[in-house]
Design a binder for this molecule. Structure first.
Ligand code: ADP
Ligand code: GLC
Length: 484
């Protein structure tokens, strides 16, 4: 029997992406398909999504979806079923999915993503006769209200469906003031401690976590970490209370997007047997970033520039990195002060540090294919994808030992190196001393060329495809259906 899942996500590759959530939501349909799951993705109709959809058929129309007109359009994404919520008042605007061109959050995000959740709950409740589902899978706070509406305000005659709430990042919770509650169209009993009320306001993620049949996050270590005050961001008590309903399923990578042998972005494609061909990518990358050509280690960083990612600590460590013969190429955007600080670091170290502010998918591939090591000094990291891309591309990850970084990289300690299983460098605690030490270790390993090749090879051979995690999600859906 095919299990039909409605995946509710606010971004998905290849249509719209601001971070790893999009990679995962985009890859999931094909990840679960081999395991008897037909996944339909529901996305908001942002301009880019509407453009990609072209002329599509409306399968439903709302005269008022929390006060605005909306239509549901059917289409395909990479050959898998897609539903798009075309609600121009909410989603048809220039800028990003969550913020305007200047990076300010849209002031009506609460209404936009409540409406998105309301629509999802309507669909889950059988609104479109031809689209029936067995399970609803919501991603992050933007989709979480779907589960609250399913629980407190299902459409008439709806059969209750089991649901999964996946946390990609506990730091973003969708928390709003109490005065928004009346406009959500929820009954008064939803305003309760185990409902949408959270510290006197409305908590979208909180409401989803309370309502979900099962909660997953994107690595086993992060699933444990969010039970503590340090990582739970205030929701640790709730997570603890949900007990064994909470589990961690690590993200995979999509081989159609990330395969160094056939990657059109790479000047010199390669595989695990032809790692020597990476040299040409390194030369090209040096030129692209205005760096001196050289045999010494070239570190790369591809990231959102935020506190989460430990970029403030990297700024402190740059002088040390350069001092021991390293060079750095960084691609990132985010915090304006950090952007300026990285520009200043590049000015201080001409030919040694190159900085590109912005978002550039193809360049991120060239960096993974040409850099020697990728730095990921995150303070917390639910899963992290750039270290996985690094592993697949022979760009050795140097990572903080947290969340998914702890679960996916094997530190090059002596035993691991001798056993041929080391795939990167891990360090404890994100501070100057630990990151500087990790960079030094990486440089030392780099100059032991045989050891370094072994680390690259071990990483490239590791299976980070979706096969295991795709099955884990499929098993979870089947279990929830059996329990329902
Ligand atoms: P997060 O989702 O927390 O930002 P992940 O490591 O899970 O972290 O995913 C980030 C994704 O976004 C990766 O696919 C990464 O390559 C990509 N990315 C981040 N910043 C940039 C950038 N400036 N340009 C291109 N791709 C980027
Ligand atoms: C979030 C997390 C990141 C994770 C991604 C996809 O953005 O910060 O660690 O890899 O979601 O699950």
């Amino acid at each position: 029997m095919t299990i039909r899942v409605l995946s509710v996500a606010s971004e998905a590759v290849p249509l719209v992406k601001t971070g790893g959530l999009a990679d995962v939501a985009g890859a999931l349909p094909s990840a679960v398909a081999p395991h008897g799951v037909e996944m339909t993705t529901l996305l908001p109709g942002y301009p880019a999504v509407m453009k990609a959809l072209g002329r599509a058929r409306a399968v439903h129309t709302w005269d008022s979806l929390l006060g605005e007109k909306a239509r549901l359009l059917g289409g395909k994404m990479d050959g898998y079923p897609l539903l798009v919520l075309d609600a121009p008042a909410y989603f048809q605007r220039e800028g990003g999915p969550y913020s305007d061109a200047e990076g300010r959050d849209w002031v009506d995000n609460w209404r936009r993503f409540a409406a998105f959740g309301r629509a999802a709950a309507d669909i889950a409740g059988g609104l479109v006769k031809a689209r029936r589902f067995d399970v609803v899978h919501a991603h992050d706070w933007q989709a979480a209200m779907a589960l609250a509406y399913m629980r407190f305000a299902p459409p008439e005659g709806a059969t209750p469906l089991p649901s999964v709430m996946t946390i990609h990042n506990m730091a973003f919770q969708g928390f709003y003031s109490a005065d928004k509650f009346p406009a959500l169209g929820l009954p008064s009993q939803a305003w309760s401690m185990d409902g949408v009320e959270y510290h006197g306001g409305v908590g979208f993620l909180k409401a989803g976590l309370e309502a979900a049949s099962a909660i997953t996050t994107v690595s086993p270590t992060y699933a444990r970490e969010i039970r503590t005050a340090e990582f739970g961001m205030g929701l640790e008590g709730l997570i603890l209370s949900r007990g064994d309903k909470v589990s961690g399923i690590v993200n995979g990578i999509d081989p159609a997007q990330w395969n160094p042998q056939v990657d059109p972005a790479l000047p010199s494609p390669f595989n695990v047997k032809t790692i020597g061909k990476r040299a040409a990518n390194k030369r090209a990358l040096e030129a692209e970033f205005g760096l001196e050509a050289g045999d010494g280690p070239l570190f790369v960083v591809v990231t959102r520039l935020t506190w989460q990612k430990g970029m403030d600590v990297l700024l402190e460590v740059i002088d040390h990195l350069v001092g021991i013969g390293g060079r750095l190429a960084l691609l990132g955007s985010g915090d304006k002060a950090m952007e300026n600080a990285f520009h200043a670091a590049a000015m201080r170290h001409p030919g040694k540090v190159g900085v590109r502010i912005g978002y550039d998918e193809a360049l991120s591939h060239r960096m993974q294919g040409g850099g020697d090591a990728i730095l990921v000094p995150s303070r917390f990291e639910p899963c992290g994808l750039t270290q996985l891309y690094g592993l697949a591309y022979g760009c050795v990850p140097v990572v903080a030992r947290t969340g998914g970084l702890a679960d996916t990289v094997i530190d090059a300690n002596l035993a691991a190196v001798m056993g041929g299983v080391a795939t990167g460098v891990q360090f404890n605690g994100v501070n100057y001393a630990s990151l500087a030490d990790a960079v030094s270790r990486a440089v030392t390993l780099f100059w032991q060329q045989d050891v370094w090749r072994g680390i690259q090879r071990a990483g490239m051979k590791t299976d980070f495809s979706w096969s295991r995690s795709g099955k884990a999600y499929a098993d979870l859906y089947a279990k929830l259906i059996a329990e329902a």
